[in-house]
Design a protein around this ligand. Structure first.
Ligand code: PHE
Length: 448
């Protein structure tokens, strides 16, 4: 480690970690499902525009706040302030983000637990462990509790090892594995009957629905969730970037990878829906809407895997392993946000802080599990519909209105001296001051 706080050891390491945070269930499950329920290619188009024009500038705001602050989210935001009320606001935004990250982790771990058990199920089948297999397949409370806890425990183990030996090391291994599995699955699905029809729905937009308000709200929410914005996560990851790195291009790389993986996951899931339909699985209601929006992945894919014969077991294992990996590189970032704060604010050891917060998150997770009908949807909406856009917008306000413009430029110029005369610098500060806050507020108000 290059200093006491910990730092990513290389450019590649940072990109894998930040892209690992961004690429998750949101890309492989959320994005294709949203695309399917918002009419296909029009959603893809709007999503691409919003991701690059609104989410990327907002991501840059969070990264630059962190790199400048070299500290947890609350302290980093406080370093930009001059007055007492600004400092209070910094606490609200930084701490709010940390709480948001913890709450997201608590529902994310439940879904990731389903992925874990689905990964093990084909193994149990091959080993002819019939009882275990049916336990793994049934969504019982005992199974869900075991796998949610196992997922959080794994997250805790990685985070307790720190930045370089935990986050960076594991992201560098897991992310390339994920990309390899994803492409192999696409190659298979595209050879199946029905896939071409799915490709058309995915790629040929119906322009008349592009300005549909619900579609805009969904696309913006999806983009914020996917880039992990408004959760203090990108602030803390930014704080581990060396001053020698070019932030503008790092942020752009992370956005590109995130959008690319979502797009590619759509190439898998949407054609897979049509393949499954060709095989007799009911996917759409009579009016063309999705029958089971929340469980698309669990409905469409297992049917597809079953139809493949014995190789289906292997493919099923590969797919759910892929989901679990994607979930894990995201969940470690969610846990890092509160842990880094606890370590710096209360002078706790990293291992101690990680276990304490891991235990708290597990308790919240179990509470959600036990009251899944009421609390699951509530927590998802609270964090992703309200918390993330609002806090992400306030980070833009910090950079655009509270921080001194010359100091901001100086921070970005570190590692990228020519930035002052670049296109980025001509456009971005206006985006952060006006376009992002207004656009996010408009979309947000619309969703109320
Ligand atoms: N970006 C992750 C995904 O797409 C989720 C996430 C949200 C991660 C917030 C960290 C913080 O699945």
């Amino acid at each position: 480690m290059s200093n006491v706080r910990g730092e990513f050891s290389s450019r590649f390491g940072f990109i894998m970690a930040a892209a690992g945070s961004a690429v998750g269930l949101g890309n492989i499950w959320g994005f294709p499902t949203q695309t399917a329920s918002n009419g296909g290619a029009a959603f893809v188009l709007v999503y691409l525009v919003l991701a690059f024009c609104l989410a990327y500038p907002a991501l840059m705001a969070e990264l630059v706040i962190g790199r400048h602050g070299q500290a947890n989210a609350v302290s980093s935001l406080r370093k930009l302030t001059n007055t007492a009320w600004q400092s209070k606001l910094a606490f609200v935004v930084g701490f709010g983000g940390i709480i948001c990250a913890g709450l997201i982790l608590s529902f994310y771990a439940i879904v990731a637990g389903w992925m874990f058990s689905a990964t093990l199920e084909p193994i149990a089948e091959v080993a002819s462990m019939t009882q275990t297999q049916s336990w793994l397949a049934d969504s019982s409370m005992s199974r869900n509790i075991v796998f949610t806890a196992a997922f959080i425990a794994l997250t805790v183990l990685i985070i307790s090892k720190g930045v370089e030996n935990g986050i960076e090391k594991w992201s560098k291994r897991l992310m390339p594995a994920l990309i390899g599995i994803l492409f192999s699955l696409i190659a298979y699905v595209l050879t199946q009957e029905g896939a071409v029809e799915g490709l058309k729905v995915y790629l040929v937009p119906d322009f008349s629905s592009v300005l549909n308000p619900q579609l805009l709200v969904d696309a913006l929410g999806q983009a914020f969730f996917s880039l992990s914005l408004g959760t203090s996560v990108m602030i803390i990851y930014g704080s581990y970037i060396s001053k020698k790195e070019n932030l503008v291009s790092l942020g752009a790389m992370v956005t590109l990878i995130d959008v690319f993986i979502a797009f590619v996951a759509g190439l898998l899931i949407i054609p897979a829906m049509y393949v499954a339909q060709a095989q007799g699985v009911e996917i759409f209601a009579a009016d063309g809407s999705l029958l089971n929006e929340d469980t698309l992945v669990f409905q469409v894919l297992p049917a597809l895997f079953d139809s493949m014969g014995s190789i289906g077991l292997l493919v099923s294992f590969a797919f759910f392993a892929l989901m679990s990996i994607a979930a894990l590189t995201s969940s470690i970032s969610m846990l890092e946000a509160p842990v880094s704060y606890a370590v710096e604010r209360f002078a706790l050891g990293r291992v101690q802080a990680t276990w304490i917060i891991g235990t708290l998150v597990t308790a919240v997770s179990f509470t959600i599990l036990v009251n899944i009908e009421t609390l699951f949807g509530f927590t998802v909406s609270l964090t992703t519909k309200f918390g993330q856009p609002l806090l992400g917008m306030l980070c833009c306000v910090f950079v655009g209105w509270i921080w001194h413009r010359a100091k901001l430029l100086k921070e970005i110029e570190s590692g990228c001296p020519e930035v002052g005369s670049s296109f980025f610098w001509k456009v971005w500060p206006w985006y952060i001051r006006f376009v992002c806050p207004i656009a996010i507020a408009a979309v947000f108000l619309n969703s109320l």
